[in-house]
Design a protein around this ligand. Structure first.
Ligand SMILES: Cc1cc2nc3c(=O)[nH]c(=O)nc-3n(C[C@H](O)[C@H](O)[C@H](O)COP(=O)(O)OP(=O)(O)OC[C@H]3O[C@@H](n4cnc5c(N)ncnc54)[C@H](O)[C@@H]3O)c2cc1C
Length: 511
């Protein structure tokens, strides 16, 4: 059974590692922030052989990293904005994710851009040209056609087959193209953090970096309450939209992106994502992306944001109406608020200092060294490029010290080639979400078949997923299980249905 024991995160390991640090053990690198960026940096550092600690003040993937559109972009959007370098980096990193590091969590998703009255012939030709340049990048980055097929024009009939909810009166046909879909952004972060742990990193959640000075970080155990200093040769700040709290010289211009969730049945159970240009806005599109959970995620807005930065921002009524309206242009039956079963929003950590709307700001990452503390802040970028961000950060941190990043060749826990995953037995949901570890997750039922059943009516999550979350994925409480190890929290009705059973299960595991 393919379970990385050394990758297991749980309350016992956390207590033991916290005690080692409180006892004065020093490390090579302290990484602040347990989103995708911090987890990636911890993995890069630990796999180079550095003694590494990751501190996260709440749970892994508590911030922006769980609020994404869950796509491993090849960078089409950046091509439209003329940012060829960013697009190339995205295509390269998508290739690594889909073929080496996370083929269990990142898979091919077909997209259809319907060619209808809302898309003039010239705009359609322009969109197709961009998609074809994106395909050249796919080929040059080494991604084979069997991993991501090339784009092609499709007939009106084929559009209707893939997108049954599409408006047909002025439909001429469509453009079919492919990109990467992330099964679950939070699970990707957790897989990276566990892989870092397997390389010896201490991954400490509910542990806040309170202050930083040259060579040391003061941390606070949010559960135990004690604070102490950890001495570290290098400190990396990967606190996303909160980066400026510890590095006031870093100036951020966050933008807010919102999504709404509808049942797939409402759109006739689409077999492809749909992408529609937003009328009157250059290079902005709305997407409707089907998930494996029987839902479709509609997004994304992208607007400059100046309000308070909270962990779980909400979608305003205006944002919901904007998304419903933008997508409905291409639908036979317009969506209404009654169709919305969930919604979520997140803040993009963008660096200040550039002009234009936030939709046009560069998505490349920045690495900034603080002159006083020596702390290195890495900010910006995206989920897709986390590995490259981490590599660049460690290269900067280590300077002239000769050391090479190994992460491009390092499969994350759960990773296995697609044909191996196809051959695994057991619930397909587990294979999709846990990859090669799925049999080990299923085995936690240990003869109790009820643990292989959904934990409540109308909820897709199986009991063993919660047990695995507590024993091996560092979940400390109910919220960690419902909002990040599983994503029941995205649909309030499902979360409410599961709360009781999940609380009972936590009690049973503790006993
Ligand atoms: C709406 C939206 C959609 C997106 N869609 C995509 C997409 O489809 N594909 C893609 O590739 N990218 C996407 N992105 C971009 C991507 O999600 C972000 O770039 C990425 O998640 C940022 O990760 P991060 O680790 O830097 O920040 P975060 O995930 O916010 O992590 C920072 C962490 O630091 C912790 N922290 C803060 N202060 C402290 C402290 N003092 N001590 C300890 N911990 C601390 C926080 O609790 C948080 O968990 C999207 C972004 C948004 C907003």
């Amino acid at each position: 059974m393919s379970l990385h024991r050394s990758a297991s995160l749980n309350a016992e390991r956390r207590t033991a590692e916290m005690a080692r640090l409180a006892g004065g053990e020093g490390v090579d690198v302290v990484v602040i922030g347990g989103g995708i960026t911090g987890a990636g940096v911890a993995l890069d550092a630990a796999s180079r052989g550095l003694r590494t600690v990751l501190v996260e003040r709440r749970d892994l993937a508590n911030g922006t990293s769980r609020w994404s559109s869950k796509l491993a972009h090849g960078g089409l959007r950046y091509l439209r904005q003329g940012e060829v370098g960013v697009a190339w980096e995205s295509a390269r990193e998508r290739h690594i994710l889909m073929t080496r590091t996370a083929p269990h969590l990142v898979t091919a998703l077909p997209f259809v851009a319907p060619l209808d009255g809302a898309m003039s012939r010239s705009y359609g030709a322009l969109a197709e040209a961009g998609i074809r340049v994106g395909d050249v990048m796919r080929a040059v980055s080494g991604t084979r056609r069997r991993v991501l097929p090339p784009p092609r024009r499709i007939s009106r009939h084929e559009v209707m087959r893939l997108l049954p909810g599409v408006r047909v009166d002025d439909l001429r046909g469509g453009i079919l193209f492919w990109d990467g879909q992330i099964e679950d952004d939070a699970r990707l972060v957790i897989a990276i953090a566990r892989t870092a742990a397997a390389h010896g990193a201490m991954v400490l959640t509910y542990c806040e970096a309170v202050s930083v000075r040259r060579g040391a970080v003061t941390i606070r155990d949010v559960i135990g309450g004690q604070s102490f200093d950890v001495s570290a040769a290098h400190i990396v700040n990967a606190a996303g939209v909160w980066s400026d709290e510890l590095a006031p010289a870093v100036r951020l211009t966050p933008s807010k992106g919102s999504h709404i969730i509808v049942s797939a049945a409402t759109l006739g159970n689409p077999r492809a994502a749909m992408t529609v240009p937003i009328a009157g806005e250059s290079a902005r599109w709305v997407g409707a992306v089907p998930s494996h959970e029987g839902t479709v995620i509609v997004g994304v807005t992208d607007d400059q944001y100046t309000g308070p930065i909270v962990d779980a921002p909400t979608v305003t009524r205006e944002e919901e109406q904007y998304l419903l309206g933008a997508l409905s242009v291409a639908l036979a039956t317009p969506l209404t608020s009654d169709d919305v079963i969930g919604s979520y929003a997140g803040f993009r950590p963008l660096l200040a200092g550039r002009t234009g709307s936030t939709a046009d700001l560069s998505r490349r990452h920045a690495i900034v060294t603080d002159a006083e503390t020596g702390m290195v802040t890495v900010v910006g970028g995206k989920l897709t490029t986390y590995r490259r961000m981490a590599q660049d950060t460690l290269d900067r941190v280590l300077g002239k010290v000769k050391s090479r990043s190994r992460t491009a060749q390092l499969p994350l826990v759960g990773a296995a080639p697609a044909d191996v995953l196809r051959g695994l037995r057991g619930p397909s949901r587990l294979v999709r979400r846990y990859g090669i570890e799925a049999p080990a997750v299923a085995a936690l039922a240990a003869g109790d078949l009820s643990l292989l059943e959904p934990i409540a009516d109308g909820v897709p999550v199986l009991g063993v997923e919660l047990v695995f979350g507590l024993r091996h994925e560092g979940a400390m409480n109910l919220d960690d299980l419902l909002d990040r190890r599983t994503r029941l929290g995205l649909i309030p009705k499902q979360r409410r249905a599961a709360e009781h059973a999940a609380a009972d299960l936590i009690g049973a595991v503790a006993a």
